[in-house]
Every structure is written in structure tokens, then in C-alpha cells.
Design a protein around this ligand. Structure first.
Ligand code: GTP
Ligand code: MG
Length: 248
């Protein structure tokens, strides 16, 4: 076996260990296919966005079960380019660079995201539609940089895609209370942290409404690092898939 092949095996094994035997390329595939058939478009294309260090790339790596996206050290922004990943022939995801990376870089990153949100394709009937069907905004559980999240929502997301195509999810549930009340063995929060996360969900939904005017579905919380609520994250996305193409 070549070194590259071995490395890939190790990577996929790591993903396997994190989320058990969950294979997201097959999970709810039939359901997704049926939704797309009714909506008359294919594939479903999701853009993942959020401030730098929120865990966008980590989330994609566990869903795809190997290292598709480069993960940062939490200080320097890691993803600098837009990148497309295919989970299967019905579902694609675009990873994006995170805001909160200094004024100049943020301008550059915003431009890339706006460009992606305005990228069009032509259907067989020669109508044009937006490439991105839906946006997932990832927030980190500790709420370190909510200012950048609101800037992202207000300056980039709201003006460029319909609000009912936007979902918010809270990652890093394990460190939402600085690592307290998280059981590393069972990979679960205790009741104190659970209550805290539930409150956070309501407060973020309310704060997003106040800051942007958008009424988003109740966000879910998860931990990409521990594979906690990843199935719920995927369900959240599939359950909110749009039922038509995006007019542009
Ligand atoms: N504790 C904890 N750390 C996490 C979790 N998810 C990601 N991280 C860590 O957070 C850091 C940043 O993760 P990335 O996935 O690179 O973040 P990103 O959102 O892609 O960042 P940019 O590419 O810079 O926009 C890494 O050190 C991850 O290991 C999580 O659920 N819990
Ligand atoms: Mg990244």
C-alpha cells in the first residue's frame, strides 16, 4: 500500500472513530433524492460559513469522514479559498474562509462569499438560478466573536440570499462553558451545560432577529470534535432543504 493510500485509510479511520459507523454519504440519501425530485433540481448545494475558528472545516471533515478541508490552530485563519466537496451525487458543500481575520482580509473573504452567493447556472430550459441553494452559518459555542457573525449576516448573507435559506448551528458545544460540565468519556453535556446550550439557542435566535430582521429556525448545537449531535446537524440541514431552485 502506498504512503498516500495509507494516510487516506488512517484519515477515514479517524473520522470513523469520531462518529461511530455513521456514513453520511448514505444517510437519508433516499429522503434527499425524493425532496430534490419534488423540488425539480439536483444536486442540493450548501455553503458553510462563519467566523474564523468556528469549526467549519472540522465539521466538514467529520461529515465527509476524512480530511477534506484544512483545520486551523484557532489563531490563524486556515481556509483561504472557496472549496467544493461532493458528499454524493445529490449533495454538495462549499467551505468558505471565516471572517474575523482583520479588516483587509475580511474584505477579501466577504468578496469571495458574495461572489459565490451570486454565482449562477443555466438550467436545460435556459433559466438562470443561484448555484448555492442554502447557507449554514456556524457559530462557536463560546460566542467569542458574535460581532463578526452579525457583520457576516448583515453585510454578506442577508443582502445576497433569501432568509428562509439560512440556517444557524452552534459548534463547540463541549467548550461552551469553557469545558466545564462536559463529560469527555461519554462525550455528552451534563444537565447544567444542556440548560446553558438551550438558553443559548433561544438567545441566538432572538439576537439574530434583532440584528438582521431574519427569523431563523431554532439553531441546533453540536460538537464536531466529539461527534456530538452530528446526526442532528445533518437532519437539521435535510429537514430544512428548500423546495425549489433559487431564483437570481
Ligand atoms: N473543542 C472543540 N474544538 C473544535 C471543535 N470544532 C473545531 N474545533 C477546533 O477549532 C479550531 C478551528 O477549527 P477549523 O475547523 O479550522 O475552523 P474554521 O471555521 O474552518 O476556520 P477558518 O478556516 O479559519 O475560517 C481547530 O483547532 C479545531 O480543532 C469542537 O467541536 N470542539
Ligand atoms: Mg476552515
Amino acid at each position: 500500500m502506498s504512503a498516500a493510500c495509507l494516510a487516506q485509510r488512517v484519515d477515514s479511520l479517524r473520522g470513523f472513530l469520531v462518529v461511530g459507523n455513521m456514513d453520511f454519504s448514505k444517510y437519508r440519501k433516499q429522503d434527499i433524492e425524493e425532496k430534490l425530485k419534488r423540488a425539480k433540481f439536483r444536486p442540493m448545494t450548501l455553503m458553510v460559513t462563519g467566523v474564523t475558528g468556528a469549526g467549519k472545516s472540522t465539521t466538514l471533515n467529520v461529515i465527509f469522514q476524512h480530511d477534506v478541508a484544512k483545520i486551523g490552530n484557532g489563531v490563524e485563519p486556515e481556509t483561504m479559498r472557496l472549496g467544493e466537496y461532493r458528499l454524493n451525487d445529490a449533495f454538495r458543500v462549499w467551505d468558505t474562509p471565516g471572517l474575523g481575520d482583520g479588516v483587509m482580509n475580511d474584505q477579501r473573504h466577504k468578496k469571495k462569499i458574495v461572489y459565490l452567493l451570486n454565482t449562477k447556472y443555466q438550467s436545460a430550459e435556459r433559466n438562470t438560478y443561484g448555484l448555492i441553494d442554502m447557507v449554514l452559518v456556524i457559530i462557536e459555542g463560546s460566542n467569542r466573536d458574535m460581532g463578526s457573525t452579525y457583520t457576516l449576516l448583515n453585510d454578506v448573507i442577508v443582502p445576497n440570499i433569501q432568509g428562509d435559506r439560512v440556517l444557524v448551528a452552534i459548534n463547540q458545544a463541549d467548550v461552551a462553558m469553557k469545558g466545564r460540565h462536559w463529560d469527555k468519556k461519554t462525550k455528552q453535556p451534563d444537565t447544567v451545560l444542556l440548560n446553558f446550550l438551550e438558553e443559548q439557542v433561544s438567545s441566538i435566535q432572538r439576537r439574530v432577529k434583532e440584528a438582521t430582521g431574519m427569523l431563523i429556525p431554532k439553531p441546533i448545537y453540536y460538537s464536531a470534535e466529539y461527534g456530538y449531535h452530528l446526526k442532528e446537524l445533518f437532519d437539521f440541514i435535510v429537514d430544512h432543504m428548500p423546495n425549489n431552485r433559487r431564483e437570481l
